[in-house]
Design a protein around this ligand. Structure first.
Ligand code: ZN
Length: 224
């Protein structure tokens, strides 16, 4: 049994290379390594990436001070922390009270897979009406919507006008959600990222730069 410092959690997997992550919940360093990498090599890898790790920790603390951080018993929703009251015979996703920042649902919110399921069901409920409304308001036409858990992309639009959105967008504030929707809708008219595309985005969503900034900074470290 190899012993690592308590701030490090090692996951041995069939992977080709070592990778690192700082978990937002407890700031532990999660290091995924291939089966045959030694403890010494793992520690050297972590040391080499120490500046990056410290930067991540700073970001996590910043988010926490802004309350963009999930505490036990709560869930991050639209850029804010909502306390979840678990009622076994409530439904999932349940009832969201925006004024009180309380969600009444059947889920155990401290279980990641149950949280993911909550986001999935909530996304199916709230996103399609927003997308339809935005398309109508700005005169865009699209073929269909799909909403999924995705690793990296916030959204995409295919050449035939099918829109694809990442469930994770529910973690971002409403103005960011609005921008993400406009961004993909705008691709139904301008299928590129050239000047004409950004002009169109700006017409429909004047504060899009603020949303872009959020996605580049906070958006990168948001966790379900
Ligand atoms: Zn795009």
């Amino acid at each position: 049994m190899e012993l690592f410092p308590p701030e490090i959690e090692i996951i041995r997997k069939r992977v080709k290379r070592l990778s690192l992550k700082v978990r937002a919940e407890d700031e532990r360093i999660i290091c995924t390594i291939p089966w045959f990498v030694t403890k010494a090599d793992t520690l050297a890898f972590i040391e080499k990436n120490r500046p990056w790790i410290e930067k991540q920790k700073q970001k996590i603390r910043q988010l926490r001070s802004m309350h963009i951080h999930r505490e036990p018993g709560s869930i991050l929703y639209m850029g804010e922390s909502y306390r979840v009251v678990t009622v076994p015979n409530a439904t999932n996703p349940g009832i969201v009270n925006h004024e009180e920042k309380i969600i009444i649902s059947s889920i155990n919110v401290d279980d990641l897979s149950q949280r993911k399921e909550w986001y999935r069901l909530q996304a199916y409920e709230v996103l399609p009406p927003l997308i339809h409304e935005s398309a109508k308001q700005h005169g865009f036409a699209f073929k269909k919507i799909s909403i999924k858990h995705q690793k990296s992309k916030w959204g995409s639009c295919s050449i035939d006008g099918s829109l694809n959105f990442n469930i994770k967008m529910l973690l971002t504030p409403d103005y960011v959600i609005e921008y993400l929707i406009i961004h993909e809708l705008a691709h139904t008219r301008e299928f590129h990222h050239g000047d004409k595309f950004w002009q169109l985005v700006e017409e429909c969503c004047p504060n899009y730069l603020e949303a872009e900034k959020y996605l580049r900074t906070i958006g990168r470290i948001l966790e379900m």
